[in-house]
Design a protein around this ligand. Sequence first.
Ligand code: ADP
Ligand code: ASP
Ligand code: MG
Length: 454
Amino acid sequence: MIVCKFGGTSVADAAAITRVIDIVTARQASTPVVVVSALGGATNQLLDLAHKAAAGELLGAVQIIEQLRDRHLTVAAALLGDSAEGHELAVEIGGAFDELAHLAEAFRTLGYLTPRSLDAVAAMGEILSSQIVAAAFRRRGVDAPWVDARDVIVTNDVFTRAEPDAEGIAAACRARLLPHVQAGRIPVLGGFVGATPQRITTTLGRGGSDYSASLVGAALDATAIEIWTDVDGMLTADPRVIPNARLIERIGFEEAAELAAFGAKVLHPATIAPAVQRGIPVYVFNSRNPGGTGTMIAFDAPRFPVRAIAGKRNTTLVKLRSTRMLLAPGFLRRVFEVFERHRTSVDVVTTSEVSVSVTLDDEAQLGAILQDLADFGDVAVNRRAGVLAIVGAGIADSSAAIGRAISALGDIPVHMASLSATGINFTLVIDDEHVVPAMQRLHGAFFEQAVPAA
Ligand code: ADP
Ligand code: ASP
Ligand code: MG
């Protein structure tokens, strides 16, 4: 059994969905389960219209609803033609957007949104796309039942970033997916979406369809988890920043997880953990170039000092300086309890005798955090910071790679530097505006002949 997950661009229109069907049917012997994202860009539009409605811009919200309705109907019609199933699906799609229009009115009246209501809206993208894809398979003669992800991905109720319940998911996968797989059918479900045990809709956080795929793969002990996207695999850097980034044919689980956590959007950061637990290889392939070699992510991979770099912008750096500092037992614990209390995870940490520096991705609770930290000492904040991750299993084998990284940065000031305990990630915190030039210089130093001029 394998899991094949297709991202937004891979299901963006009828032609893309046709490619998906070709890719999956060519793998029929491996008994695939298919996980799909929303049609490319649909999640952003759904969230956007909810925010517009709550801000009183009902007209703008309705315009987006009508655009999305048209797009879904057009894609479904192109794939299903004038068939009975095409008509049924059109009615389903129409009903979903009518309901969305009612919701938008309710948001306008209320004047606010809750994380729970945002999840109900965002989930519609995957619920509809997966129904369209399943019906398109059937139209091509493939027995592909639609499975509602809310019956499979059991989560807690931390809306907009719900955490999965692995045991609940395993039981649901055995009950809802396995019988189809065993009967030679190809079940299709939406990624990103889940539900609480009370069946209230949740989502796993942006980009979460990759995570859905690896949760299903782990639950069913798949032989492979395939992430089909719009690039040839994991590359030595984000190709939008470094156009000549190179394909990595094989990379270790830990390296891939570090890259994902530090900005390589090609994989949702949580994707690797379920795969590692079961030792299931994760592949990244390009749905526009299905013959490509792609990337294999597994335990054993060639050991390089630096395998890839990643960068993350829009990070917040918080520096706490205190004279009652580190040697006092329990001091750091109390500092970190502040972040825990405000449900904010900390990314990079460095400490000195009199200071602690941390970076945060999520600024939502920043005000409350700063207030609490002020009890410990002086607090300074840089809300325009960025993080660079230089990742390689052998980065700590000598100091050469780290020396090369630092010298490549030249005159770019560094606010924090840290080597992970696993010795595979050398992380630097710099100013947000320097992230792109820093990545160019680092990529030049490690993967190109000459360091580009600054
Ligand atoms: P999908 O919709 O298929 O999930 P995403 O947009 O979430 O696709 O992820 C794919 C994108 O990730 C690529 O188009 C690329 O711009 C970006 N990306 C960032 N870092 C990397 C990297 N190291 N390797 C490959 N792609 C990367
Ligand atoms: N559609 C969701 C998003 O845009 C999930 C995903 O694509 O992985 O965040
Ligand atoms: Mg993605």
